[in-house]
Design a protein around this ligand. Structure first.
Ligand SMILES: *[C@@H]1O[C@H](CO)[C@@H](O)[C@H](O)[C@H]1NC(C)=O
Ligand SMILES: *[C@@H]1O[C@H](CO)[C@@H](O)[C@H](O)[C@H]1NC(C)=O
Ligand SMILES: *[C@@H]1O[C@H](CO)[C@@H](O)[C@H](O)[C@H]1NC(C)=O
Ligand SMILES: *[C@@H]1O[C@H](CO)[C@@H](O)[C@H](O)[C@H]1NC(C)=O
Ligand SMILES: *[C@@H]1O[C@H](CO)[C@@H](O)[C@H](O)[C@H]1NC(C)=O
Ligand SMILES: [Cu+2]
Length: 688
């Protein structure tokens, strides 16, 4: 009897634990999907599409949270019993068609399954990219080409390149596979076998075009290595390490995916397409004794990289790293102590593979307090007796992810400051995309080379990086207005002083979408989102200002094919009325899209945006003229922007910040280099 009871009990216990875990881990309506939910989605979609009804295999291209309605999330915030329906958005490929499927995870059912009829194609799965490169490596004509060049097949590595749209009516689901020669180096991207054109049809998984053009050069391996263990002297300089340990442990808490730190509270999620998502960021106001809403949702909505060599073999090179490759899909495990400091906490990310199964990316995100050695504010008053001096060191909280999309590495940071600022930055590093040439010296180049000779036989091709941020600010509520504060020069006409001129501000509340499209740098202006319904005691509408980092204008003809698709880079700033369906600046399905579903086409509707729930879209850009220092691997170049409270608080919100206590640290000798590691004997701190 006892022996039969036991397993039952165990089983009951087990299922109880399972249910408990499932419900306890789904605490927040904006949480990314759990592994159990990915599995559930897979089962539901597969059951609805038995293999007998398909001529092509069912593939999962994207699985993520279908955003709940904003009002439902706010309602839940005010009363957690109002749980919004939890839904998943699934994009599949089936019988050569793209499906957008919405699944109700609580009811375990399909809400809708629509065949997408638009021009674009879904995000590429890692599996199909892997399958395509394997296909090419086993393709007999390719092996012949490799042999004809006297190359060793075991040193050939291939990678996938999307091919865009150039006016054709309908685009097949195809991409290019470019191959590289790794003999003598780990820097494959600097050794392209540039003269073979290979297209792979992804629906049929076969080589659809193969063209072996005349044989050109492959740049040499010498000097391309970046692994320390494989480089030759001279080395240096040697860098010192620093122990970064927070006295008393991490200064923040993570409850589920909600982060609380200093005066901030926000939700953090990880998405296959956009990577980190910051939601419901609110800041505590000492005077009002409450948290005040700032950012409902913020993430990188798209990243567009057009290359500037219009010749055969290269003209198609324009990439949309989110919509085609996925920032989350290409996120790499962060390396403790190097990618993030010793005081960082790491969070794993989960994604669906092509078969719909959950796959873990360890350490996909890290969170850490940044003690950068900067000053938050200070003042010395030497006029007064008593040596008055007050200084507050800057401490901020950083959320980081790194995506390695092929040759490029993007370091994404969200930084929150106690002053109320939200800074977002992106660092670019990795390897250039290069075109082999016969030139060994810049003096030999008489034609248009479309790039810089960065090493012998190696042209680093000109290109841009345009990064669009989705910033759904809800300043103290969701009805906000977009305000331009123009700074204008005036003549002094008072006739009483010799001053000839001064500047003043002319405020303008923007009424509609078209007037909110702004190319920065043309006129001095401050841009802010204000809540016209909430005023400070002295009467200003509460607001947040956008402090742009470097900004870049598009240089391609606006009717050029890549630019039509990347039209979100036509302006630096856009404002739209909140629409749950407008999430990604280059559209829902971006691969080979015709640019008919972008921020440009939406805003052409010229919808009213005054005193409404609005979204700010900011496009940051970098024109990249490669230089020799970018070879063989680029030192990080960084850009970013800041959202800064402007008449949001009654006075300096960090005036009464309590500076860190002086701590008697252990006597640091050279051993302190590993101090962070010594403290965490079981490896890096890991939550989640
Ligand atoms: C479908 O999947 C099966 C089993 O994995 C595989 O053998 C077949 O080649 C696939 N078909 C296509 C069209 O990809
Ligand atoms: C090709 O590379 C493999 C593995 O490195 C090596 O064993 C082989 O000898 C090479 N063949 C030629 C022809 O260089
Ligand atoms: C300001 O003064 C300058 C001459 O100093 C004149 O050229 C200009 O027209 C004046 N502007 C206005 C708006 O009066
Ligand atoms: C919301 O966005 C979708 C996609 O762009 C669009 O079809 C729909 O008309 C938009 N709704 C409103 C009210 O603008
Ligand atoms: C701290 O370091 C100094 C210099 O290395 C050494 O003289 C001293 O004894 C150390 N103190 C302790 C408590 O280890
Ligand atoms: Cu670049």
């Amino acid at each position: 009897m006892a022996s039969t009871l036991k397993p039952v009990l165990l089983c009951l216990l087990f299922s109880f634990v399972l249910i408990f875990r499932l419900s306890s881990s789904i605490q927040h309506p904006l949480d990314h999907l759990t592994p159990a939910e990915f599995n559930m989605v897979r089962t539901i979609v597969k059951n609805a599409n038995p293999s007998t009804t398909t001529t092509y295999n069912l593939t999962f291209q994207y699985v993520g949270l279908d955003d709940p309605d904003k009002q439902a999330v706010y309602l839940w915030q005010s009363n957690p019993e109002n749980i919004p329906p939890r839904r998943a958005h699934v994009v599949t490929r089936l019988n050569k068609q793209t499906h957008d499927i919405i699944i109700d995870l609580s009811k375990r059912s399909i809400v809708s399954d629509k065949v997408y009829e638009g021009s674009g194609l879904p995000i590429l799965s890692l599996d199909e990219q892997g399958a395509a490169t394997e296909l090419v490596l086993a393709y007999a004509p390719f092996k012949d080409s490799v042999e004809r060049r006297g190359l060793n097949m075991s040193d050939v590595v291939c990678s996938t390149f999307t091919i865009g749209w150039f006016g054709e009516k309908k685009s097949k689901r195809e991409f290019k596979v470019n191959c590289f020669y790794t003999e003598g180096t780990a820097n494959m991207f600097l050794r392209p076998i540039d003269d073979i054109k290979i297209l792979v049809d992804l629906d049929e998984m076969r080589v659809s075009q193969y063209l072996d053009r005349e044989i050109t050069t492959i740049p040499k391996a010498e000097g391309t290595e970046y692994r320390l263990s494989h480089m030759k002297p001279p080395f240096g300089p040697r860098m010192n390490n620093i122990a970064t340990v927070t006295a008393g442990g991490p200064g923040f808490t993570l409850e589920g995916n909600t982060v609380k730190w200093a005066n901030w509270e926000f939700h953090l999620a990880f998405d296959a397409r956009v990577g980190p998502i910051i939601s419901l960021a609110s800041i505590y106001d000492l005077e009002q004794h409450k948290y005040r809403r700032v950012l409902y949702r913020g993430y990188v909505s798209e990243l567009y990289v057009p290359y500037q060599d219009p010749r055969e073999g290269w003209y198609q090179m324009s990439f949309f790293d989110n919509g085609e490759y996925g920032f989350g899909l290409t996120a790499v495990p962060l390396e403790p102590l190097n990618d993030c400091p010793a005081n960082a906490v790491f969070i794993d990310g989960y994604l669906a593979n092509q078969d719909g199964l959950p796959v873990k990316t360890s350490n996909a995100l890290c969170i850490f307090e940044r003690h950068a050695g900067d000053i938050m504010w200070r003042h010395t008053e030497s006029q007064l007796p008593g040596d008055i001096r007050e200084v507050r060191p800057e401490v901020s909280l950083v959320v980081r992810m790194v995506a390695t999309v092929g040759n490029y590495d993007y370091i994404l940071d969200w930084e929150l400051k106690p002053s109320g600022s939200i800074k977002s930055g992106v660092g670019l590093t990795g390897v250039l995309e290069v075109r082999p040439v016969t030139y060994t010296n810049a003096d030999q180049i008489k034609e248009e080379a479309h790039g810089t000779l960065v090493a012998e036989n190696t042209i680093g091709v000109y290109h841009d990086h345009f990064i669009n941020y989705y910033l759904d600010l809800d300043i103290d509520g969701d009805a906000n207005s977009f305000v331009k504060t123009n700074l204008v020069t005036k003549n002094n006409t008072n006739g009483k002083t010799p001053r000839k001129s001064y500047w003043t501000v002319e405020k303008e509340t923007v009424k509609t979408e078209l007037d909110a499209r702004i190319l920065l740098g043309t006129k001095p202006m401050e841009l802010s989102l204000e809540n016209p319904n909430k005023k400070t005691k002295v009467g200003h509408p509460v607001g947040y200002r956008l402090l742009p980092g470097f900004f870049t204008v598009p240089l391609l003809a606006l009717d050029d094919y890549p630019q039509i698709r990347g039209a979100f880079s036509n302006y630096n700033v856009w404002v739209t009325p909140y629409n749950k369906s407008e999430k990604w600046a280059a559209g829902d399905h971006v691969d080979r899209s015709h640019g008919d579903d972008t921020l440009l086409t939406w805003t052409n509707k010229n919808r009213p945006i005054e005193n409404k729930d609005i979204v700010l879209w900011y496009t940051m850009g970098i024109h990249h003229v490669p230089c020799q220092e970018d070879f063989p691997l680029m030192p990080t170049v960084s850009g970013g922007f800041e959202l800064r409270p402007t008449n949001f608080f009654e006075y300096n919100p960090v005036l009464k910040v309590i500076p860190p206590e002086q701590v008697p640290w252990p006597n640091c000798t050279a051993k302190c280099v590993g101090f962070g590691g010594l403290l965490n004997l079981n490896g890096p701190v890991k939550l989640n």
